[in-house]
Design a protein around this ligand. Sequence first.
Ligand code: NDP
Length: 330
Amino acid sequence: MSGVIFYREQDADPRVLHEQCVSVIGYGNLGRSMALNLRDSGLPVLVGNIDDTYRRTAADDGFDVLDISDAVEAACLVYMLIPDEAIPGCFSADVRPHLRPGQAVAFASGYPLAFALLDLPRNIDVLLLAPRMLGEEVRRTYQAGEGFFAYVSVEQDTSGRATERLLALAAATGCLRKGAMPLSARQEALLDLLIEQTVGPYLGTAIQLAFFLGVEAGLPSEAMVLEMYMSGEMSRTFQAFAEAGFMQSVGWHGAVAQYGGFVRTLEVDREAMQRMFSSVLEDIRSGGFARRFQEEHDAGYPTLGAINAVKKAGNPMTEAEQRVRAALGG
Ligand code: NDP
């Protein structure tokens, strides 16, 4: 798959999966969108799900829904769409024992493949088709005819047709209308986790620190949240990175913003940031982060429980957002 920057629709032969049953395992955020897209593209789709509300939603959407093990047995291609950290347990209990030689299993994230969390049989194809889009948007952009970006790779090719199968699957999800970039599961996992754990925390911390500093200095809290994200100016700035280019979009701002932003960027403690980013990368690479996150899952998500409690508790930023929404009529 080397040398290609993006696969597009003309690179796929949809006949490769003609009348081949795809079993979507997990009918959550991404599972529902993918199942609907694949069915609308003409593929026979089954849903494999545990007995829960998602299972009823899938049945209401007109799918035949089976237990996961039965859906695996019935499929030519299995698309694993349950949460990353739940995949190892589900795979060893309900998927692996029911796989046949020659089947293909696809994943929507490199995480379970990158950190040796799965015992993969040698006689199946293993594929990665990881959308770079939120679950609901995967459906909306399919219906709008736009598609979405994705990363794709063949992690194991025993059939000799794994790339053709991957591209036919990608075409049926709709992502080739936009473009699918070859990236190994290991690279996809490192990339995803690195950005989530470096850019994400710095942006979040900067927004919170600026909010409390501004409010302490007498600025209205409603104006602070409006300035930083509710007006849409900041998200437009990110959009400008994509449309005009990261450096070129600087020109979209006035001289005051350009001058102020430039001189303050020079004052940032880059060495401290660099140290933190490097140690985060090392922790991800070594598998340390994945090991701790699997422990978090096995222990019933104690840290995610604490995060949820913080989200629900009253917070000056949340209250300011509510006042802005109320003032604008909801
Ligand atoms: P969801 O949390 O929305 O999906 C959950 C589905 O998996 C539900 O049907 C859920 O049932 C089921 N499930 C959860 N735990 C288990 C388990 N132990 N055994 C069997 N079924 C289980 O997940 P997402 O759609 O967010 O993510 C699915 C995959 O797609 C992941 O690999 C993720 O990284 C990837 N992805 C997701 C994107 C997104 O926008 N959501 C974007 C790109 C990739 P229940 O809740 O009842 O347990």
